[in-house]
Design a binder for this molecule. Structure first.
Ligand code: ARG
Ligand code: ZN
Length: 896
């Protein structure tokens, strides 16, 4: 049944304390749950209804005696609990089957080790409970298991006792000093080893940090440990938030639905976000590990100390924590240029994944109003758009003001389960008089209104008055259930450039003299104007600097304006953005031009990019001051998905052909420059994942890809040969994988031997084999070759549908990550997709529902894709036995 936010009711009972005893056995684990419950006096007396799922109930006792109870669906209902306020001791004994748990929610087994995942509603698969985040209890947990098979027994908090039992079994008893909602409960039991680190924080307290992995993986834990130490230091330095535990543990598992989980004191991670060595992990992996370790650690305050009242408030913890991990990575990156690179990467994700979500059938506000399955709402809207909402608040009150707001938030709410309103209120109250405080109610439309606002900008120069008038207008497309929306509060950071690219001083009419060349104006009406004085010639406006709000900005820039911004904007984000706008403009014009036609092989021979653009790209590439990382971003064309989002009707094949033609033209026209870029950047010396060497490797990798691409077109064997050499001799995974990618993407015949060699080299490294699968499933399509390859890969002995990372590496890389290959005119891609969604749903509904999202935007497709896509979705929807997860996604898609 659909759950509505406005139906929230406080719990009828509190659970103050829980004592759990586990007898761990993969086939049948026994769970004894002793709870101390008491009535919530603020709520009319009613039966106690406990959540449960896939449990075998053996016994229920109240205050030490048997009791009557009944089942209502999956709920255990106790109607005859003693009246009054006195606490009641409730004892529930159940069993469950972790080895059969393929959903990976609750208690499950991965490679012979027990793990748990309880967020959002997995605890009810472990025992009967009030499985809701506003019920916070203290936990004592005893784990009992065979000592030889499960030598390590972990749970939240502190280890207070351990010892031997009969029959080769042993036990460990853990006490968590902090109260917590049950979604933060965790246990781990198995054969694991730990990297350990003792630290003393600024405040002078001592702590033990541990990263637990399988025995062979210890050598790949240094970066995760370093990231954890950096996270602890950063949260203390930037927000005054210390580590509040004697012991902080991270455990890695190769079977995990998501990235990682912030269980109190016992974070459980997907191995992908823990394990790294220079030989097996790319620079992107190193960066992801840093940010995910940071993310989970930062939840210790934003999520754990202060948690969510209900799951509609999910962005309270996720948006804020993503904002914090983004800031962490930026602060660690160092200078302004490296910060901007991280910002551009984050905005790219927002615009290529969240904007489509916000325009599609699953569009929902940052604080949703309803859901059928909460797992479907762990989305880029809740996470990334939520982070943008926090970032706007941060920018409206300033860095120090935001820190004050955080301080007030914890003073008010430490130990509580609260709402997004409580957070916004604290930030505003700590900054009286700020733009945020003045417009708080209107600002909060960002929480309640879905859809990506459009901002249209018009400039008018008045030579006689020496003024420049900027008009900004906002609107927001309708989204499911929301037709007309009141205006958003949109902070627009801006500057003005002269035609020569000089930054102009900004003086707003009617304001006291201001000297800066960048400032923020706040658009809070449907339309507003700002008049800048002392302007002598038509300026070029640089708007939405740093992407100061998650909106689509429309501005009638001339090509020359964009070239000026690309060459001179002091704001690196907008410099990059100007290049993207120019490339996008070319792509859209080519899509609309009937004279641009692809041949039978899907190639467009005519040059599409204007000379001025090619020249501008050359200047960026050869620029003496710009960082390599930034150059690589500027020289990468907007993705097919991003181009598709700009269209009302999408022809995925044509978009693919146009973008490939633009890439090929850049490859050929800048051939000598790419050669220079390769030679100047290919040697990065000893490996270090720092921003400078990461940027050099990224640019060298792009150069090599471009050189191989033009070599294949001209039939010149030199660069593919060099790429193969680099592939063989590279001493780090980034260089090796970039060389392999260059060969595979260019379609050169050396790709096949390289792929075979790569597999042989890394056959014992699952995370590297994931890359091997993903590369092939995500490669540019040539005459429809990718789908048969994908089908073949699924027959490979290393493939497994049950392992989420592996399923993602093949199926998602194809369906979500390779539009040119997936959207086949013969509908083969869609048939493949529907088969996999149905197959996966029987194993793991959460993963299946993610895959089900691949056709969200079907309504935009041109024929024949549109009809074929709808049929494929209908085929899934027609299944009688679907999970709530998949049913919600396909129903919304069809009703869109
Ligand atoms: N709270 C976790 C994180 O973002 C994600 C857990 C999501 N789990 C789920 N089953 N939906 O850090
Ligand atoms: Zn999170």
């Amino acid at each position: 049944a659909v759950i509505h936010r406005t139906d929230y009711q406080p719990p009828a009972f509190w659970i103050d304390h829980v004592e759990l005893t586990f007898d761990l056995d993969p086939a049948k684990t026994r769970v004894l749950n002793k709870m101390r419950v008491r009535r919530n006096a603020a709520v009319p007396a009613q039966p106690l209804r406990l959540h449960g799922e896939d449990l075998n109930l053996a016994r229920v006792m109240v205050n030490g005696a048997g009791t009557s109870f009944k089942m209502e669906g999956a709920q255990l209902v106790l109607e005859n609990l003693p009246e009054g306020d006195a606490p009641v001791d409730l004892e529930i004994f159940t069993t469950c089957a972790p080895a059969k748990n393929t959903q990976l929610m609750g208690l499950y087994v991965s490679q012979g080790t027990f793990f748990t995942q309880c967020e959002a509603e997995g605890f009810r698969r472990i025992t009967y409970f009030l499985d809701r985040p506003d019920v916070m209890a203290s936990y004592t947990v005893t784990l009992r298991a065979d000592k030889a098979q499960y030598p390590v027994l972990l749970s939240n908090g502190n280890l207070v006792e351990q010892g031997e039992l009969d029959d080769g079994r042993h036990f460990a008893k853990w006490v968590d000093p902090h109260k917590k909602p049950c979604y933060l409960f965790a246990l781990v039991a198995g054969k694991l080893v730990a990297r350990e680190q003792k630290i003393r924080t600024r405040a002078g307290t001592d702590h033990l940090l541990q990263v637990y992995v399988r025995p062979g993986d210890l050598g790949k834990t240094e970066h995760a440990m370093n990231s954890l130490m950096a996270s602890i230091a950063w949260d203390e330095a930037r927000f005054g938030l210390p580590l509040d535990l004697e012991r902080f543990m991270i455990v890695a598992t190769s079977d995990f639905n998501m990235g990682a989980m912030e269980n109190k004191g016992l974070n459980i991670f997907n191995t992908k976000y823990v394990l790294a060595s220079e030989a097996t992990a790319t620079d992107a992996d190193f960066a992801n590990i840093e940010s995910v370790v940071g993310h989970e650690y930062f939840h210790n305050w934003t999520g754990n100390r202060v948690t969510c009242r209900d799951w509609f408030q999910l962005s309270l913890k996720e948006g804020l924590t993503v904002f914090r991990d983004q800031e962490f990575s930026q602060d660690l990156a160092g200078d302004a240029s490296a910060r901007a690179v991280k910002r551009i990467e984050d905005v790219r994700v927002l615009r290529t994944v969240q904007f489509p979500e916000d325009a599609g059938p699953m569009a929902h506000p940052v604080r949703p109003d309803s859901y059928l399955e909460i797992n479907n709402f762990y989305t880029v809207t809740i996470y990334e758009k939520g982070a943008e909402v926090v970032r706007m608040m941060h920018n409206l009150v300033g860095r120090d003001g935001f820190a004050q707001g955080m301080k007030l938030y914890f003073e008010r709410h430490d130990g509580q389960a609260v709402t997004c309103d409580d957070f916004a209120q604290a930030i505003a109250d700590a900054n009286p008089g700020s733009e945020l405080a003045q417009r708080l109610d209107a600002f909060k439309h960002w929480y309640s209104q879905a859809g990506t606002p459009r901002v249209q900008a018009h400039g008018h120069f008045d030579a006689a008055a020496r003024t420049y008038t900027l008009t900004l207008r906002q609107s927001c497309p309708a989204t499911p259930g929301q037709q007309d929306k009141p205006a958003f509060v949109i902070p627009v950071e801006l500057g003005l450039l002269s035609a020569e690219g000089a930054a102009l001083p900004l003086q707003l009419q009617g304001e006291p003299a201001a000297a800066g060349s960048s400032r923020t104006v706040v658009l809070s009406e449907p339309e507003q104007q700002w008049v800048f004085t002392g302007i002598d010639a038509v300026p070029v406006p640089s708007l939405l600097r740093g992407f100061s709000a998650p909106v689509v900005l429309e501005c009638a820039y001339s090509d020359q304006d964009l070239l000026t911004l690309l060459a001179h904007d002091p704001d690196p984000f907008n410099r990059w953005e100007a290049g993207q706008r120019l490339a996008l403009r070319t792509a859209l014009a080519a899509l609309d031009n009937p004279e641009v036609v692809a041949d039978a092989a899907g190639h467009i021979a005519a040059p599409l990019l204007p000379d001025a653009f090619v020249q501008a790209m050359r200047s960026v590439l050869r620029h003496p001051q710009l960082d390599a990382a930034f150059k690589e971003l500027v020289l990468t064309l907007p993705s097919e998905t991003y181009i598709a989002e700009q269209r009302d009707v999408v022809d995925p094949q044509r978009i693919h052909a146009v973008r490939e033609a633009m890439r090929a033209q850049l490859a050929q026209a800048l051939h000598d420059d790419w050669q220079w870029a390769w030679e100047a950047h290919e040697n990065t010396g000893g490996y270090s994942p720092d921003p400078i060497s990461t940027g050099r490797r990224a640019l060298a990798g792009l150069a090599l890809a471009m050189l191989c691409l033009s070599a294949v077109r001209t039939g010149n064997p030199v660069w593919p040969g060099k790429a193969y050499q680099r592939f063989k001799s590279a001493s780090n995974m980034t260089d090796r994988f970039n060389a392999l990618t260059a060969l595979v993407y260019s379609g050169h015949e050396l790709a096949q031997p390289a792929l075979a060699r790569f597999h042989a080299l890394f056959k014992d490294e699952p995370l590297v084999i994931d890359k091997w699968f993903a590369l092939q499933a995500g490669a540019p399509d040539r005459a429809g070759h990718v789908l048969p390859v994908v089908r073949q890969l699924m027959q490979h002995p290393d493939f497994s549908l049950k392992n989420p990372n592996r399923a993602r590496s093949v199926i998602f890389s194809y369906c979500n990550g390779n539009p040119g290959a997936f959207h086949r005119a013969d509908a083969g891609g869609y048939v493949f997709w529907s088969d996999r969604v149905i197959e996966l749903d029987a194993i793991n509904p959460q993963v299946a529902a993610r895959l089900a999202r691949a056709l969200d935007r079907w309504r935009k497709l041109a024929e024949p894709w549109r009809t074929a896509a709808r049929e494929a979705i209908a085929r899934v929807a027609a299944r009688p036995d679907l999970s709530n997860d998949v049913r919600e996604v396909v129903t919304r898609a069809l009703n869109d």
